[in-house]
Structures are given as C-alpha cells and as structure tokens.
Design a protein around this ligand. Structure first.
Ligand SMILES: [Zn+2]
Length: 278
C-alpha cells in the first residue's frame, strides 16, 4: 500500500507531467471504487479546466484545477496512474481516463478498487477538515511537526506505538513499512504503549520518521509488489529496508545475536528486533 514517500513520488511526477494541460473530457469506466465516483460531479468539476498543481496531503493527492475546483485522489492498495497518447489501448482495471488538450490521456488504474477519485471545491483548509479529506495530523516533514506536539499526541494514547503511528489523525502519511522502520531506527518496541514513550525516545522517533521518509522519497519510494511511479519505474528504497519483510534474518544492528521477529499487530505484520527495541 503506497505510503507518504510513494504518494509524494507519484504526486511530483504528475505535477511535472500535468500542470498546464486542460481537461477535454473524462471517461469513468468503473465508478465502483472505495467511494462511488459521482460521474456527473466529476465531469462538471473537470471538463474544460486547467490543471494548476498536484500536491500531496498525507496519503492523498490533491489535483488543483482552475476556477476553485480540485480532485482528491487516493491510491488505496493498488492504485496507479499513467500517461499515454490519446487513443492508446486501455487495460483492464483502467477506471478513469482524463483526455487532455495536448493529445495525451491521464489514466487511473486500480485492480483492487480501494482507491478513490473525488471532485471537490478547492476551498479546503490546510488541516483538511472540510471537504472530502478526513481529519489528518501534521505532515511529518513539515515545520509544524515538532517533537513537543508529537509527544503531546502520543501521551494521550494507550494503544501500542506501532498502531498509533498508523493513525492518520496523529501524524499523516505513515503506513506499515515506515512505521516499522522508524521504530527500529529509534530502538522502540512496537508494542510499547504510546503514552509510555518518554521525551528522549519521542525525539529519536521523530528524527527516525523524518530520516526514513526523506531517504525513501529520494529513492522514489519502496516497491514491494505492485507500486510503480507514473513512468512505470519501481521505487528503489527496498534495498535500504532494515527490518520490513526480513523475519528470521540477523538484526542489522546487533548482528547474529538476535533475529528479526514478525508480530501481527492490528492485522498487519510488524517486524522488529527483540534485543534492540525496548
Ligand atoms: Zn537487534
């Protein structure tokens, strides 16, 4: 499932490719995504509008159109975008096709259909509380994400830290892979209650999150199975993963002393070193 670095990579690629293009028409081939596509609203919101910017908020992309409209996009588990010359053959699971005025098509493809395409007014505020964006916590790479605020947010939560990191209202954009990697880097056991994390550990976790996300963005994200950027390229961060997907391997920090373990938490596999993470 794409997380912040993957969505950021896709958003940057779409921004470069799409800004300045005008949408001539939109074809919805399958409206039954995670949220039913409102075809009439999508056509009214897109057609004859120019694409002005593509930005990311959490795991969402917001495509800004002129005259105060936007599209809110989520990739779900398997969503991807590609850009093709107009008239190129479509594939199974191509659900929405935007025809552009420069002879290209922009296509949303999503085999499992957990993604969404929602037309909206651009007058969303920055916290995303209005419109189709749900409540989202701070962006972990922004100046607004401070150790103090992060510590305050964790101190209110009794759930295991790993699960709390996945809560988009606490901090936006983190998913299973980067939560696990950051906890390993910070030496924190994923089962520890969030409220029991002290100031120093919180500072280490804050730094680890920023480090792992920044590095992963520089690598174009992580491709485990089907994530691809707009140009079809795989993310290159997988080789830098330290614990994710490595059960039974030697811990990269304490070596042969301990092996990476896997633990189901909130329905997802969590990888950690029982010796290095407390
Ligand atoms: Zn270890």
């Amino acid at each position: 499932m794409p997380e912040l670095p993957e969505v950021e990579t896709i958003g940057r690629a779409l921004h470069l490719q799409l800004v300045g293009a005008r949408i001539l028409q939109v074809e919805v081939r399958q409206p039954r995504l995670r949220r039913l596509v409102d075809i009439e609203a999508l056509v009214a919101g897109c057609v004859d509008r120019r694409i002005e910017a593509v930005r990311r908020r959490g795991k969402y992309l917001v495509v800004e159109l002129n005259r105060q409209r936007c599209l809110v996009l989520h990739l779900g588990m398997t969503g991807s975008f590609r850009i093709e010359p107009a008239g190129a053959p479509t594939l199974p699971h191509d659900h929405v096709v935007w025809e552009l005025d420069d002879g290209r098509c922009w296509i949303f493809h999503d085999p499992r259909r957990f993604g969404c395409v929602v037309p909206a007014s651009l007058s969303l505020d920055d916290t995303g509380r209005r419109g189709p964006l749900p409540e989202l916590g701070p962006e972990p790479l922004s100046d607004g994400f401070t150790v103090e605020d992060f510590h305050r947010r964790l101190s209110r939560r009794q759930a295991p830290i790993k699960n709390v990191l996945l809560d988009q209202r606490v901090v936006a954009g983190i998913g299973n892979i980067y939560a696990g990697e950051a906890l390993f880097m910070a030496g924190i056991n994923p089962r520890r209650r969030a409220a029991r994390i002290g100031r120093d550990s919180c500072r280490r976790l804050h730094r680890a999150l920023r480090e792992v996300l920044t590095e992963a963005i520089a690598c174009g994200g992580t491709t485990i199975s089907d994530y691809r950027s707009v140009d079809g390229l795989r993310g290159r961060f997988a080789v830098h993963l330290q614990v994710y997907g490595k059960p039974g391997e030697n811990c990269p920090r304490c070596g042969a002393v301990a092996k990476i373990r896997v633990l189901p938490m909130a329905g997802r596999s969590t990888f950690y070193c029982p010796r290095c993470q407390h």
